[in-house]
Write a protein that binds this ligand. Structure first.
Ligand SMILES: O=C(O)[C@@H](CO)OP(=O)(O)O
Ligand SMILES: [Mg+2]
Length: 427
């Protein structure tokens, strides 16, 4: 029998970094095994693929067990006997087997687990590293990491409304240098926070960034970050970025945003972004407005000379990316495979973005495991940007894998070249 033929597909319930149940899917062929853990978001877009999870009781895993059953009883019989390298055909099959636009029948988490495990098994079968299997000989770009040093919103109990306040090592010459600089700044910032807010402030959020209590204004977070950068001797070598996750701040009844204890109109929020861009080296703003406001995104993209990233706006859907392109909304895609459900759809969203001059930032979810397919995906796509959190093992494992890939690529590895015009001048 052909060694690339799928011989088994299985799944089990595991725990993520929040001790919440998720899935691990394993795909076997005659020549290799692929395993993939499924991440899970907390600040989820309304248009994301629907996971089978547990509504009111998310720790008990009942929904996840349904997804496990769907993988083993409904998906596995359809895939056994097919060639594992036919990723596109397999993903099409998954989508049609599910049969719903939001993947709520088999579960977005079941589909994502199978689709990524098929990808990993394909690489194993051909005995190639995952990034190489995905991107061929061209895969060589180590991504610029956006380090989420201070968390707020849904992911950190800091009082800050914006979800992520990231530092971006735009001035580094290599990925390893970038990560080393970020970790120095991380430790320096910890010292500053401890001396200003006391040791309890060293608590970290879901992505391992600090959550100093008592801060409400993003400018305070930026000031702390820039002080840490200066103290480390890297003044001018770092830029700043934010994920506002504005859908979480939006009140559809009044059409306003709750920011810094005020109700802001879209116009006031847009003015705030203008001030932040004028006052700080802010180069990237993710989800600055709520997820259906394509017009507002377009106005902002036009008005500000920075990267505007669509996360909840695009939910990694090729169709929503197309709408964004037609309306001039945003200029970068945040890519999360489990928002859409399959690898092939995520790749289609990425290439449509790229073809239209949009940057691509590969992203973690706030619920992750130590599985590192994300790191390989970033290099395989030559995405040029990654956000994968900061200081917990499910985050640092991504950096460790990227460091391993950088070493493997040796002099072929590049850094920054593919990050898009806002994150580097190294184009
Ligand atoms: O909003 C985001 O970009 C993410 C990850 O950083 O959060 P979540 O996974 O909770 O959606
Ligand atoms: Mg986001």
């Amino acid at each position: 029998m052909n060694d690339a033929v799928i011989t088994d597909v299985s799944a089990r319930e595991i725990l993520d970094n929040r001790l919440e149940p998720t899935l691990r899917v394993t795909v076997e062929t005659g020549a290799g095994t692929g395993r993939a853990d499924v991440p899970c978001g907390r600040s989820r877009g309304a248009n994301e693929a629907v996971d089978l999870r547990d509504g009111g009781d998310r720790y008990r895993g009942l929904g996840v067990r349904t997804a496990v059953g769907n993988v083993e009883e409904r998906i596995a019989p359809e895939l056994i006997g097919t060639d594992v390298t036919d990723q596109r055909a397999i993903d099409d099959r998954l989508v049609s087997l599910d049969g719903t636009p939001d993947r709520s029948n088999l579960g977005g988490n079941a589909l994502t687990g199978v689709s990524v495990a098929v990808l990993v098994a394909g690489a194993a079968t051909l005995d190639a590293p995952l990034y190489r299997y995905l991107g061929g000989v061209d895969a060589s770009a180590l991504p610029v990491p956006l380090f989420d040093l201070i968390e707020g919103g849904e992911l950190g109990a800091s009082g800050l409304d914006f979800q992520e306040h990231q530092v971006v090592p735009t001035g580094a010459d290599s990925f390893s240098e970038a990560v080393r600089r970020c970790s120095e700044v991380y430790h320096e910032l910890g010292g500053l926070i401890e001396s200003e807010f006391g040791p309890a402030s060293l608590d970290v959020g879901d992505e391992g960034g600090y959550t100093p209590t008592g801060l409400t204004d993003p400018r305070d977070a930026f000031d702390l970050e820039l002080r840490a950068v200066e103290e480390c001797g890297y003044g001018g070598e770092f830029s700043l970025a934010v994920d506002v996750a504005a859908s979480e701040l939006y009140d559809p009844d009044t059409g306003t945003y709750d920011v810094m204890d005020e109700r802001m109109t879209r116009g006031e929020l847009v003015d705030l972004y203008g001030d932040l861009v004028d006052g700080y080296p802010l180069v990237s703003i993710e989800d600055p407005l709520h997820e259906e406001d394509f017009d507002g995104f377009a106005q902002l993209t036009d008005a500000l000379d920075v990267q505007i990233v669509g996360d909840d706006l695009f939910v990694t859907s090729p169709d929503r990316v197309q709408t964004g392109i037609e309306r001039g909304a945003a200029n970068a895609l945040l890519l999360k495979v489990n928002q859409v459900g399959t690898v092939s759809e995520a790749l289609a969203a990425a290439s449509r973005s790229r073809r239209n001059g949009y940057a691509v930032q590969v992203s973690e979810r706030s619920g992750q495991t130590a599985d590192t397919w994300l790191a390989d995906l970033a290099v395989g796509l030559n995405a040029g940007q990654i956000k994968t959190g900061v200081s917990r093992s499910e985050r640092t494992e991504q950096y460790n894998r990227l460091l391993e890939i950088e070493a493997e690529l040796g002099s072929a590895a590049t850094y920054g070249v593919d990050a898009g015009p806002c994150l580097t001048d190294r184009a």
